[in-house]
Every structure is written in structure tokens, then in C-alpha cells.
Ligand binder design. Structure first.
Ligand code: CP
Length: 320
């Protein structure tokens, strides 16, 4: 097994062989999740705490299901009813929960770097469920699994990531992962929604959808992340949809077998036409959700193995 990580804080810290190990294990969990009985005991006796300081449907639900299917005791901290509302800091909250001896801590936070900081203060494995504009590693891993299963490989593909790149942790994690796997990456969107220094990322940049989609194998659409915008970045949603919304006319420029992806939540009629999103011959959006459970099971399984091994070594050191 090649997976050395102690935490899953970002794709930045993963080597290609670790990514392949995680995806291979996730493939086995896809099969398990399609059975009637979905339980295994990989995390039996272990405790998982989910702390979501930002709204979530897919990530929160799939981490909870993943932990339960692996046999863990899963606790979802209700942040809106917690002492965070009385002014307790993220670190004090984490230290309080750490004193209850969790083994896995899953954290989503609106501030970039908050999850990394927290990981330095606790003695369990920490998984980043999305931090600000920084990273969303399990999203990139589930996207990679979806692409690998659909295309039969994860190399030498032309992948177009379209829309609000500047505010997107999904785009950042995907660029890192797909870049490590030697794909040809394109970013498409208005210049106002491109990150600073985009020219130094080693990717192709387009502000015209049709030119950017030409010959693409994978079309990944992104939501306008208004919650992270502090001003006007587009003239209007109607204008944005006209120029950058994915519809049949624009999609025709990609390869005939190109797949359409979206991490969700979607805004139909803003970044994507509803009919394209629902087209089972092109859209893999629901498959991405399915892969999310399997990838999160694989990530927690691998981190739990490393944690058990580390604790075993510590115990042996104490005995010696
Ligand atoms: N893709 C994603 O992170 O969705 P949620 O915000 O619903 O978790």
C-alpha cells in the first residue's frame, strides 16, 4: 500500500502513487456501495467527528455515510447550536473535541488554511472538507475517480475547467491533481474570474467558451461562488449565461464523447443548461455524487490504517 499521509489537507501534499492507491481502493468501495449490505468494519471502534462551519449537502452527507458504512461511530457537530456561537474559537473548539479522543476529524471552514492550522493542534487524522478558496481534496479525488472510470485513464486528457476559477477551491484541487497526472488543462472564463497569476500556472487560459472547449475530453463547470465575492465580477447572470453557460451549442465544440461534470450545487440557467445537466449520455454529475461516498471511504480507511500503525509504533516505543 502506498499512502503515507497522516492527514488529508490538500492534493498539494499527495504524490501520484498515493492518488492511485486511494482511487484503486475507492473502486472497491464503489462495488460495496452498490450491494444491499454496505457495511465493513474497517473503522470499527473508531470515532469520526464532522465539523462543518459552512453549508454543505454532498460533502457532509457522504462523509457521514462513508463513516457509518466503514463501521465508525460518527458524530456531526451542529455548529449553529455549538459554543462557536458564544465566541469560542476554532482552535478551542477543536481542542475540546480532541479531548474526547476522536480518531478522524472532518472539517469544512470558510477560511483558507483553517483546517491546516487545526491539524497541528490535534492528535487524530484530519480531513479537509473544503477550506475557503484553498482546497477541496476529496472533491478532486472523486472527480478523478469519475473521469478514470468513464475514460479508462487519468492521463493525456484535455480537461476544460469553466467559470468562476478565482473563487473555487474545487478548481484549485483539480488543477493540482490533474496536473500531477499529466493532463492538458484549460481554464475558461471571464478575466475577472481568473485568479491572480494565472499565467504562471502552466495551463491554457481562454475567455471564449467555444475556443476553449474545442476537442476537450472533459468539461467541468463551476458555480459562481457569490458567497466569496466582494463586488461585481460579471455584468449580469443573463449575460454570463449567454457567454459562459454550457448549452448544446457550446458543448458541440468538445469531443463527441466528452463528459460534462459539475461539483454541485448547480445553478441551472446560470453556468449550465438544465437539459445538459440531466442528459444521461453526457452528464456524469450524479455519478460524481456516487463516487464521493467511495472516495471518502477510501480516504478515511487509508488514514485510519496509518493512524493505527503510528499508535502501534508509539505503544511499542513505550514498552521498549
Ligand atoms: N461539491 C460540494 O462540495 O458540495 P457541497 O457544498 O454540497 O458539499
Amino acid at each position: 500500500m502506498t499512502f503515507r499521509a497522516r492527514h488529508l489537507l490538500g492534493i498539494e501534499h499527495l504524490a501520484p502513487d498515493e492518488i492511485r492507491t486511494l482511487l484503486d481502493l475507492a473502486d472497491t468501495y464503489v462495488e460495496l456501495n452498490r450491494r444491499t449490505i454496505k457495511r465493513t468494519d474497517a473503522l470499527a471502534g473508531m470515532t469520526q467527528i464532522n465539523m462543518f462551519f459552512e453549508n454543505s449537502t454532498r460533502t457532509q452527507a457522504s462523509f457521514e455515510l462513508a463513516g457509518k458504512r466503514l463501521g465508525a461511530d460518527v458524530m456531526n457537530m451542529a455548529v449553529s447550536q455549538s459554543s462557536v456561537k458564544k465566541g469560542e474559537t476554532l482552535i478551542d473548539t477543536a481542542l475540546t473535541l480532541n479531548a474526547m479522543h476522536p480518531d478522524l476529524l472532518v472539517v469544512r471552514h470558510p477560511h483558507s488554511g483553517a483546517v491546516n492550522l487545526l491539524a497541528q493542534k490535534v492528535n487524530c487524522a484530519v480531513l479537509n472538507a473544503g477550506d475557503g478558496k484553498h482546497e477541496h481534496p476529496t472533491q478532486a479525488l472523486l472527480d478523478a475517480l469519475t473521469i478514470r472510470r468513464r475514460k479508462g485513464r487519468l492521463q493525456r486528457l484535455v480537461v476544460a475547467i469553466c467559470g468562476d476559477i478565482a473563487h473555487s477551491r474545487v478548481a484549485r484541487s483539480n488543477l493540482l491533481l490533474l496536473g500531477k497526472m499529466e493532463n492538458r488543462l484549460r481554464l475558461i472564463g471571464p478575466p475577472t474570474l481568473m485568479p491572480a497569476g494565472v499565467g504562471e500556472l502552466g495551463v491554457e487560459v481562454y475567455d471564449d467558451m467555444k475556443a476553449g472547449l474545442e476537442g476537450a475530453d472533459v468539461v467541468m463547470m463551476l458555480r459562481l461562488q457569490k458567497e466569496r465575492m466582494d463586488g461585481g465580477f460579471i455584468p449580469s447572470e443573463r449575460e454570463y449565461y449567454h457567454r459562459y453557460g454550457l448549452d448544446a451549442e457550446k458543448l458541440a465544440y468538445a469531443k463527441p464523447d466528452a463528459i460534462v461534470m459539475h461539483p454541485g450545487p448547480m445553478n441551472r440557467g446560470v453556468e449550465i443548461d438544465g437539459e445538459i445537466a440531466d442528459d444521461i449520455n453526457r452528464s456524469v454529475i450524479q455519478e460524481q455524487v456516487e463516487m464521493g461516498v467511495a472516495v471518502r471511504m477510501a480516504a478515511m480507511d487509508l488514514l485510519a490504517r496509518n493512524l493505527k500503525a503510528e499508535r502501534g509504533r508509539q505503544a511499542a516505543g513505550v514498552m521498549a
